[in-house]
Design a protein around this ligand. Structure first.
Ligand code: FES
Length: 158
């Protein structure tokens, strides 16, 4: 299979990952994780290259990438913002909070801001229902967040 659109640096990065873990099709998920961590996302040409290196059909790689929500085929922002839309958060202002974050970032759920700072997602519950509404930025958790605090919170992240 010809993989012509992959730049040399990217193919070298993938080669190094596969060399470390072995070109074993059973390690596909692990390898895709490492590749996504290194490159940031898994576009078609990267999937095809991995398939080629492991000697498996591109469709098999595509199937795995599309099945698991932690894999992404588009570039993500430097920080992932998640706004909880579980019942407790939703009834205590989660919807308005989501609107405020979306407006501030200039992107919708599942999208990334134009400056690549933030990707916006929703979650169904982060286990802090008593302190709703809740949002997270990376590993940081913000509780009882009012829409008016969104700008101040997001200003901490470059
Ligand atoms: S519903 Fe939002 S933390 Fe549980």
């Amino acid at each position: 299979m010809a993989v012509q659109t992959l730049c040399c640096e990217t193919s070298n990065q993938i080669d190094a990952i596969i060399e470390r873990r072995g070109a074993d099709p059973d390690s596909l998920i692990e390898i895709l994780h490492a590749v996504q961590e290194e490159i940031g996302y898994l576009p078609c040409e990267v999937q095809e290259y991995v398939a080629d290196r492991l000697g498996i059909a591109p469709g098999a790689v595509e199937g795995v990438v599309s099945f698991y929500s932690f894999f992404t085929t588009v570039p993500r922002g430097r920080h992932t913002v998640k706004v909880c839309q579980g019942t407790a958060c939703y009834v205590r202002g989660g919807k308005r909070l989501l609107e405020a974050v979306s407006k501030h970032c200039g992107c919708g759920v599942g999208e990334t801001s134009a400056d690549m700072r933030f990707s916006l997602d929703v979650v169904r519950c982060v286990g802090a229902c008593g302190l709703s509404p809740v949002m997270t930025v990376g590993d940081d958790v913000y509780e009882r967040v009012k829409p008016t605090r969104v700008a101040e919170i997001l200003a901490k992240y470059e």
